[in-house]
Write a protein that binds this ligand. Structure first.
Ligand code: TUI
Length: 315
């Protein structure tokens, strides 16, 4: 079906669906399940010390012979280590987030690694295009975790207009309708995070998954704008405390202290009040825990059904 899709061809995958590179969430188990289902599974380096990251790469190669990616979060202290591990293990695809990946492109492009930066503005898209990126992931404000200001609806077509490499849409995509909408805006693939948090193969604490399944459209909020690194996650005691500190003009250092270790607290310990439950606005679309293969099949069949409706412009 996607034989002529340039993202599927570039990545040698069946469906142009890329799993989000979610710190603490995106391990070899989840990534292998996504890759085995025909998407691109992603291991997030951000939360992993070097030995654990190496172990996870060895593990995913046992679990799948399909392509997979490593996500390098550029704000992380271990980004340089992760880059060298990507080289050592010849990881086929690297996605980057939360910064400008000039150094990563310089190191990996000569080796033939496919590099796909996440960007949140047209200026960033143009920069990484000139630096040799193979594609970009244009991530809108609806996404979970660290977010830019522009919505997916506006970001994607404006990015498509300024670069001539494939654009993958992220932020607010969780089902077939979202995938078709992304393609209507000119994207040639989608990145999905929040829905894969609830995959059966995801090792995220059940409390976190249940929060997503119980969420409505207004369940998330962006905090931390004053730090320069705004983050979207569930409204809870932590987000309220963060908001209050920010309103009182707290120093970035104090806000950082409040945030430290809170993603782990949510993902590993299942603390839904004081943990940082990063999630996108699409949490309201996620209805159940199901295998990654069922998620991907539902997205593809939903997209086909939606296209049929669109052809008739009617119900
Ligand atoms: O990176 C993400 N999502 C993330 S990273 C993360 S861990 C974190 N924890 C605490 C504070 C901040 C982060 C959780 N979720 N998505 C990709 C993404 N990249 N979204 C936006 C950007 C981005 C932003 C600025 C990319 C480039 C950029 O460039 C700014 C610059 O000039 O450095």
């Amino acid at each position: 079906m996607f034989e002529n899709n340039s993202v599927a061809k570039l990545l040698k995958i069946k469906y142009p669906i890329i799993q989000g590179g979610m710190a603490w969430v995106a391990d070899a188990d989840l990534a292998a399940a996504v890759s085995n289902a025909g998407g691109l599974g992603v291991i997030a380096a951000a939360s992993m010390p070097a030995e654990l990251l190496e172990e996870q790469i060895v593990k995913i190669r046992k679990l799948t012979d399909r392509p997979f990616a490593m996500n390098i979060m550029l704000l992380s202290d271990t980004a340089d280590d992760a880059l060298e591990i990507a080289v050592k293990y010849k990881v086929p695809v690297v996605t980057t987030g939360a910064g400008m990946p000039g150094k990563i492109l310089e190191r990996l492009k000569p080796l033939g690694t496919i590099v796909i930066p996440v960007i949140a503005s047209t200026a960033h898209a143009e920069r990484v295009f000139k630096q040799g990126a193979d594609a970009v992931i244009a991530e809108g404000n609806e996404a979970g975790g660290h977010v830019g200001e522009i919505t997916t609806m506006n970001l994607v077509p404006q990015v498509v207009d300024v670069i001539s490499i494939p654009v993958i849409a992220a932020g607010g995509v969780a089902d077939g309708r979202g995938m078709v909408a992304a393609f209507a805006l000119g994207a040639l693939g989608v990145q999905i995070g929040t829905r894969f948090v609830c995959a059966a193969e995801s090792n995220v604490h059940i409390n976190y998954k249940e929060k997503i399944i119980g969420a409505n459209d207004r369940a998330t909020v962006v905090t931390g704008r004053s730090t320069g690194h705004p983050v979207r996650g569930f409204k809870n005691k932590l987000s309220k405390e963060f908001d209050e500190l920010e309103k009182r003009g707290a120093l970035p250092g104090d806000l950082e202290k409040l945030g430290a270790g809170k993603l782990r607290l949510a993902v590993v310990e299942g603390d839904t009040e004081w943990g940082s439950l990063m999630a996108g606005q699409s949490a309201g679309l996620v209805k159940r825990i199901e295998p990654a293969s069922a998620i991907i099949e539902d997205i593809i069949s939903g997209a086909i059904a939606q296209i049929e409706k669109l052809k008739r412009f009617a119900d």
